[in-house]
Design a protein around this ligand. Structure first.
Ligand code: FES
Length: 109
């Protein structure tokens, strides 16, 4: 696996998230209490940009219809909702993250 440097730790304070690009793919990079996690940025429901959503603990909420994912695993833990209709969503792809010094790297398969 190839690792690509995506950010400096100074760019990503605790409990924040940013959008990075890894091998042409948009990836959400999150800092959860000092540990770094990466999942695909595109919501598996209708493609909302998760990096524009909100992060609470390790749970990101999609800004479009409220689907929720765990950034540690990519697992979908909350349905999308449009009006009164709930729709289940698929898990997100998750990526390996490593830190060397102040550099954050994301693995690209
Ligand atoms: S696009 Fe993310 S919940 Fe609909």
């Amino acid at each position: 696996m190839e690792y690509i440097r995506v950010a400096d730790k100074a760019e990503l304070p605790a409990n924040k998230m940013i959008l990075v690009v890894v091998a042409g793919k948009e990836v959400l990079l999150a800092n959860v209490d000092g540990s770094y996690h990466a999942i695909a940025n595109k919501c598996t429901h209708l493609g909302g940009s998760l990096s524009k959503g909100s992060l609470e603990g390790s749970i990101v909420t999609c800004p479009r219809h409220g689907a929720r994912f765990d950034v540690k695993t990519g697992q979908a833990i909350g349905n999308a909702r449009i009006g009164f209709i709930k729709m289940s969503v698929k898990d997100e792809v998750s990526y390996t993250v490593k830190v060397e010094g102040t550099d954050i790297f994301v693995g690209s398969a």
